[in-house]
Design a protein around this ligand. Structure first.
Ligand code: FEO
Ligand code: CA
Ligand code: CA
Ligand code: CA
Length: 667
């Protein structure tokens, strides 16, 4: 039996999501700041404030011009009336719009699904109901329609203290009241496993409102137990063989699917992110996977799955973690298809996998590794996209080149290939094959000298402008001597957004240019150093960019993770951000979430008439919110969103935002 743990560690909050453990990139690769400092020192330039001098000298002229334009401040190009920032227990959208809850945790997805009963949860029921903590949202049109399609949704993780009745108890300790959390039963772990993964569900807009097609023939739940195949260079390798799978090709389940993507050929890709939390136990002394697992923080052990399933105990099944941390591709056209873990795209804490077809027909996926001091990647397929023949594209993701980004201080960028035998990626350095490079992607990228970033989250190519946006959510651990041009703030609490332009506008290019589009945080506090335009109102600024979307008009929308009473005095939400012209770096608040939640998703339908957003982990927290002021758990929730019924717990949900009377979301 697991020991009772204090709520601080037992409450699986967004702290894990924020990767708030020790940073795992312990290489002594110098940060760009150190390299610049050394260079400047040699020239005898540096006296006094080292970091500031170095950075000031490295801001690109283009960035300075842009900042001047922003300060000159045209108004926002978005015409909606801005929502007021704030904190309460409900969701809010800008005036003139409806924000309707479309899918809640526990909603039935099949004709034979049971109705949701939170007091009688079972894995069998959960596997037929919408899962927990919706994150990525994608839309795959049926017959090209913007009003009838498949919604694909990731279910990233579970919050037992919000999901299960009766597991949190108030106890007296030394005269003080404390919360104690019981260990989960095997049945509850099974529910957790069934609440993970993803959902594919048919939806249709009728009379201006989206409806779930409950008996849609392509509806599907994917869970932590769904059979999947390992494909690409790692399939069948010794390092992915386990006692249950001596072939190294068959895996059960996908976990911690954060963001993702929809491919140009209409498949659903799910990115496996914080896999370290699911593994417990200890490797045998001197085990060959020790360095690999240390670099990923495995095992972190915040889930109790290993208590019931040996495969999550690395002492018993040491190769199982190598079978997670991949990008998973799902063919949504066949609900019995076996999802494939596409190992050519590397193994790390994958945030998302947004893609674009390059001019020559190859497909480029932008990939963030969400951890402090980790890297930005892209994957370029070897083959070309065939728009006429869907089947011809189905194994494009098994063959291609994975690159990691090196951001130079002069505003240029190099994509370094992670190819076995090239540069330091050789047997002498522990990489005997391409499979070794991919299983140990972070270690390989360390050797190449990639740039350590402030937690890369969603990365979105913009097909209209050809630019690429990188959300860097924050990095409170970056020290002054570690700042560099691409990560210019020490103790970067609020994050920033980097804009990339690939050379020649070619997404497959191995070189490009970059600049910082926006440093986030409250611009009225000078020390924060935020760079929102002066046209941005007190409601319009934000911190902690996480997911983002480009609408059909080519405009950027950013959703956030980690704001709240203490951090920014506002909940997370969705902001419309100008990137072009005088209005660049002007931001406006469009939607905000109830207390405790982060906002995931955002996604626009092809006609721009609907924005889908995913409200994740509502009610996770309440201590810092004056109106509540205590930890929130099943029996005492900071919000019962979205039902607000006393017998219904808080439920993470997908919300469909439409304009009242119809029309595009924002013209
Ligand atoms: Fe799951 Fe990187 O957020
Ligand atoms: Ca995320
Ligand atoms: Ca996105
Ligand atoms: Ca996040």
């Amino acid at each position: 039996m697991t020991e009772h743990r204090s709520p601080d560690t037992r409450f699986r909050t967004s702290l894990l999501e924020e990767n708030d453990g020790p940073a795992t990139n312990l290489t002594d690769n110098r940060t760009m700041g150190e390299i610049i400092a050394a260079r400047f020192s040699r020239r005898g330039f540096l006296k006094g404030s080292l970091a500031v001098s170095a950075i000031a000298a490295t801001v690109s002229p283009l960035a300075l011009i842009t900042a001047d334009n922003a300060r000159a401040g045209g108004g926002s190009a978005f015409t909606f009336d801005e929502l007021e920032a704030g904190i309460d227990d409900k969701h809010h959208v800008a005036p003139g719009y409806d924000a309707d809850v479309l899918l809640r945790w526990g909603d039935p997805l099949f004709a034979d699904s049971p109705e949701f009963d939170p007091t009688k949860q079972s894995a069998e029921a959960q596997a037929k109901l919408f899962g927990y903590n919706n994150d990525y949202v994608g839309y795959i049109p049926i017959d090209g329609s913007a009003e009838h399609g498949l919604l694909v949704v990731n279910h990233e993780y579970t919050n037992p203290h919000l999901m299960f009745p009766g597991i949190v108890k108030v106890v007296e300790k030394d005269g003080k009241k404390e919360l104690e959390v019981a260990p989960l039963s095997k049945d509850q772990v099974d529910v957790e496993m069934a609440a993970h993964g993803g959902t594919v569900v048919e939806i249709r807009k009728e009379a201006g409102k989206w409806q779930v097609v409950r008996d849609g023939k392509l509806n599907r739940r994917i869970t932590a137990n769904t059979e999947m195949a390992l494909s690409g260079p790692v399939a069948g390798h010794d390092r992915v063989k386990t006692s249950a799978d001596p072939t190294g090709t068959k895996v059960f389940g996908t976990i911690n699917n954060c963001a993702g993507g929809v491919t140009p050929w209409g498949t659903y890709v799910m990115a496996e992110e914080n896999i370290h939390g699911y593994f417990s136990g200890e490797l045998q002394e001197g085990h060959k996977e020790a360095a690999n697992y240390k670099r990923l923080g495995i095992p972190e052990g915040s889930y109790e799955w290993a208590a019931h399933y040996d495969r999550f105990d690395i002492g018993k099944e040491p190769n199982e973690p190598n079978r997670f941390g991949w990008v998973v591709e799902v063919d949504v056209n066949d609900p019995t298809s076996v999802p494939r873990k596409r190992t050519a795209m590397g193994r790390f804490k994958h945030e998302g996998a947004e893609s674009i077809v390059a001019e020559d027909g190859r497909v480029v996926f932008y990939l963030g590794d969400d951890e402090r001091f980790d890297y930005v990647y892209k994957f370029v397929t070897a083959g070309k996209f065939n728009a006429e023949d869907r089947a011809a594209n189905m194994d494009l993701l098994d063959d291609g080149t994975l690159y990691v980004a090196k951001f130079a201080e002069d505003g240029t960028l190099e994509w370094l290939p992670l190819v076995h035998g090239q540069g330091p990626l050789t047997a002498e350095n522990g990489f005997a094959s391409q499979a070794d490079v991919l299983i140990g992607t972070r270690l390989a990228a360390d050797l190449l000298g990639a740039t350590k970033m402030d937690r890369p989250e969603d990365i979105q190519p913009n097909p209209t402008t050809g630019k690429v946006y990188v959300m860097l959510t924050n990095n409170s651990k970056r020290k002054t001597e570690q700042v560099d041009a691409a990560n210019p703030r020490a103790e970067n609490a609020f994050g920033h957004i980097v804009e990339i332009v690939e050379d020649g506008g070619d997404f497959t290019a191995t070189k490009g240019k970059w600049e910082i589009m926006l440093k986030c945080g409250d611009p009225s506090v000078a020390e924060v150093g935020a760079t929102f335009s002066t046209a941005t109102t007190a409601n319009g600024w934000f911190g902690m960019p996480d997911n983002c979307a480009i609408d059909a008009a080519g405009r950027l929308w950013v959703s956030t993770d980690g704001q709240g009473p203490k951090a920014t005095g506002r909940t997370d939400g969705l902001w419309a951000v100008d990137t072009e012209g005088d209005a660049r770096a002007t931001s406006k608040l469009f939607f905000r979430v109830p207390i405790g939640a982060e906002l995931c998703g955002p996604l626009f339908t092809p006609d721009d008439q609907t924005a889908f957003v995913a409200v994740q982990h509502p009610a996770d927290g309440g201590e810092d919110w004056e109106a509540f002021g205590r930890p929130s758990y099943y029996e005492d929730l900071s919000t019962r969103w979205p039902d607000f019924k006393p017998d219904m717990p808080v439920r993470p949900s997908v919300v469909a935002i439409t304009k009242q009377g119809g029309g595009k979301i924002a013209v």
